[in-house]
Design a protein around this ligand. Sequence first.
Ligand code: BGC
Length: 482
Amino acid sequence: MASKAPQAYEVNANELTGTPEQEAYMRDIIDQFTIDTKYLEQVRDRFMLEMQKGLDKEGATIAMIPSFVEGRLTGKEEGNFLALDLGGTNLRVVLVTLEGQGKYKTVSSKSRVSEELKTGPMRNLCDYIAECVDTFLTEQGLENQEIELNLGYTFSFPVLQTKINRGVLSTWTKGFACTGAVGKDPVLLLQDALLRKHVPVKVSALVNDTVGTLLSNAYNKPNTLAGLILGTGANGAYIEKMNKINKWKGGKTTSDEMIINMEFGAFDNERQILPLTRFDNKLDRESINPHAQLYEKMISGMYLGEITRNVLTDMIDRELLLKRDENTSFAWSKEISRHWSFETAFMSNIEADNSADFSYTKEILDTNLSLHDITTTEAKFIKKICELVGKRAARLAACSIAAIVQHTGATQAGCDIGIDGSLYEFYPSFENRMYEALSELLPEVSDIRKTIRLGLAKDGSGVGAALTACVAARMEKVQATA
Ligand code: BGC
């Protein structure tokens, strides 16, 4: 399935008429946010270099973490598994029934993780998770299981894995900052909380959401090479040959292939290649994790709205936007002056606006940010800025796919890439813009859409985690008989 996102309606640069100062400002912004093919190629090349560094040694910027998920799926995987998904906007508990032949059923419950839990002690977060699992099992009539249910734990943060169900959290991302978690094993912390509550569940696999996405896509598309998340955060996983993972010290494996969790959100933390603007630098400096996840901060949903807001407030400060008489202008800009007040979802809606007088854009600004009397000229500028930030994100994100495809030599034979996340699913033309960049980056491919087949991989974190728990059981069996 392709992304369901609507089309974006782009504003032509020659429609951007205003005062000479406004026009000059817009020309400069367009220049700063536009990335041409040549630049994309440089980003992709650097990305490939960094991938190699990550495969060669520990501690590289793109960490290239072996997931301990060995081999490929057969599509015949079956059974009942629990999955837990932590790391996006919500916490989800999912009961997955794998039916074989690429088919499955799921039942799930969802709850929000409060800011307090995200930044408080890890023990509190784990207790909360255990409580959610407990409630879910009761709702499903599974609370008195004789045999413990196997749970695949999708924990979508950089974890250095030491086994399929063991690992150490290296750092938090995406606004999480619980104390007492970095340097610890998230599986043990959760298992302890489950034991404290007597919940009959065994955490049997630790999964990054990208690995889950890859697996859920591969369950019915055997030519799947990679899984990506383009949502609150951004990252990718792909299938690598064991003999190319030069840093591997884990001994004999049950297959000659393993999924690598790239943790590519950290790409170019050294600031060598990414076309950072002063708006990106402002965002980074004011973020909870300055100097970290620089690529993620340019391409993922948590940040795009804030980059846009940084441009808009800069325009306001220069009196190029929302200039009215002194008092009204001050009152107007109050809401938009608040950190994170411009959500990426607003950009999505604004980009989809196809009205002649930008009435929908005006309405969004009015309802969400109390900007009551936006002129058509201003709406046009704002829409253009959303477009520039959104398009740059899609084009930069495409560099990671081009790098994976070229690194693995899949350009000729083609491959499927499963993608999940709100940005890919809902942001107007995000997929189209990625395809466009991909065809610039891979000119040797004649039909990009038929060769590098991007597709929405729904519920990678649920179904994918269940599949990982299933692969864990298979590997255990093979190891036992070896
Ligand atoms: C995390 C990754 C995760 C990605 C998407 C990033 O912030 O570091 O582990 O896969 O977000 O959820």
